[in-house]
Design a protein around this ligand. Structure first.
Ligand SMILES: [Zn+2]
Length: 467
């Protein structure tokens, strides 16, 4: 009797009214396999109904002809400011996470973004910035001094581990590390950071110690560390470390997974990488490790190709450099692999940088789904939403409500036109919004509406429980 009353009070016209209804879209949910025309009812930032019958809303979006996908989750997003969040949103990304390099001060990082962001954000506690702080390195984003080139004392390793554990206690969502940028960090030091991660049930997000032919040993290092400690491991951008050895790395990861180790990886869909020219990546010997020469380097600020002279000059001043070095065959092998996710590794500064910063997700849909057919639409969406959510949900239970379209899930949604969606950014002009992303919702609020950015701040922190 009382239930009937409640029902009548809530539904005076016999039908519930939602804050927002997305009408008539092709709804694709990679978790359930749903791929059908549906209506979504959204209230208070959550998906409340997924319905074959029409729904009633105070506002509506007509999604006829559009795909309705879970918002894309970028696990590897260095650009964590208003400029970058705009390009992310226009590329369909609703959550951007800095997992590989990470941050040194977790509280300060989250406090700075509170109630101020277009999209959801989060970060790991990073061994690289922690080592820079402990060893007083003068570098800006990546180390250039002792944190790159000096072996740590036992006391310094203990202090790094203590700071990693503190960051995890403050809700960091993983542990970032990159021994390629801290080559003086011993295998024991890396193992200590894995132990810290394992203690909190966090995964390690690693830029491997080496590249090309040497990447096989570098991958063995983190597989061994994961096996010894129990910390899951996620290998950043497998193609840019693996280069021509990428198929071998994929095989090793498949073998480790068959042995029940928790290992995953990612790629960005480009044949060029980007890094800081002053970093340890360009210590003597880089040409033979990476299999490239000066002319394969492109200065991001101007687009010029480098020479021995300009390389030496820019290495002294520092800055971003694009490395044309990833074999297309490496990309083709990795993108087809079922355990490879999509992540951008992007970051623009004043409109300069790598086109992956603004175009990664639309490029996968345009080039690898529509043009070459390398991926089915639902598999591409899975790699860009569900898989990154699953990677994090053990440590961050809130991620169980992202990367899915079902009742109770967060209303982080990306609506795109499958016939036109594609990237527009280039190496010469990376600051160009993707095409065909029509609507993007973050916690139920449109941040992109009819293809245009909105001036709103519905982004929320993605953070592990604070101990
Ligand atoms: Zn990296």
């Amino acid at each position: 009797m009382r239930l009937t009353w409640l029902f009548l009070l809530l539904t005076p016209l016999g039908a519930q009214q939602y804050d927002l209804v997305i009408r008539n879209g092709r709804v694709i949910d990679p978790e359930s396999g749903l791929d059908a025309i549906r209506h979504l009812g959204i209230s208070a930032g959550r998906i409340e109904a997924v319905s074959a019958a029409p729904l009633d809303g105070r506002a509506t979006i007509d999604a006829t002809g559009l795909v309705v996908a879970p918002g894309f989750i970028d696990l590897h997003s260095h650009g964590q400011d208003a400029e970058n969040y705009r390009y992310k949103a226009m590329d369909g990304v609703t959550t951007a996470l800095e997992m590989e390099v990470g941050v040194a001060d977790v509280d300060a990082w989250y406090d700075k973004r509170k109630s101020q962001t277009l999209i959801n954000y989060g970060a790991s506690i990073g061994h690289i910035p922690v080592r820079m702080r402990v060893m007083h390195d003068p570098g800006a984003f990546l180390p250039t001094g002792d944190a790159a080139h000096r072996a740590a004392t036992d006391a310094e390793i203990a202090e790094c581990r203590r700071q990693i554990e503190h960051g995890l206690a403050r809700g960091a969502i993983g542990v970032g590390m990159g021994p390629h940028y801290t080559p003086a960090a011993s295998r024991w030091e890396i193992l200590e950071m894995f132990r810290a991660a394992a203690h909190s049930g966090a995964a390690c997000f690693v830029h491997l110690r080496n590249a090309g032919d040497e990447s096989v040993a570098a991958l063995e290092e983190v597989i061994a560390a994961s096996a010894l400690t129990g910390a899951p491991v996620h290998v950043a951008h497998i193609t840019s470390n693996g280069l021509r050895s990428t198929p071998r790395l994929l095989r090793m990861i498949a073998e480790a997974r068959a042995r029940k180790l928790d290992i995953s990886t990612e790629l960005y869909p480009y044949t060029a990488a980007m890094s800081a020219i002053e970093s340890a990546l360009f210590d003597p010997g880089w040409q033979s490790v990476l299999g490239i020469g000066y002319h394969d380097l492109q200065w991001a600020e101007t687009g010029e190709r480098l020479t021995a002279e300009s390389f030496a000059r820019y290495r002294r001043t520092g800055g971003g450099v694009i490395l044309h070095m990833i074999p297309p065959s490496a990309l083709d092998a990795a993108i087809a692999s079922p355990f490879v996710m999509i992540a951008s590794d992007g970051g623009l500064r004043n409109g300069k940088g790598h086109p992956r910063s603004s175009g990664t997700f639309a490029r996968v849909l345009g080039r690898y789904v529509r043009e070459t057919g390398a991926l089915s639409l639902i598999d591409a969406i899975r790699k860009m939403s569900l898989m990154p959510a699953e990677r994090l949900q053990q440590r961050v239970p809130a991620m169980r409500n992202k990367g899915r379209i079902r009742e109770g899930a967060d209303a982080d949604l990306t609506l795109f036109d499958p016939a036109t969606v594609t990237d527009a950014s280039t190496y010469e002009d990376p600051a160009r919004y993707s095409i065909g992303i029509r609507y993007v919702l973050v916690n139920g609020a449109p941040v992109v509406k009819d293809g245009k950015l909105q001036d709103v701040t519905p982004g929320r922190p993605v953070r592990a429980p604070i101990e």
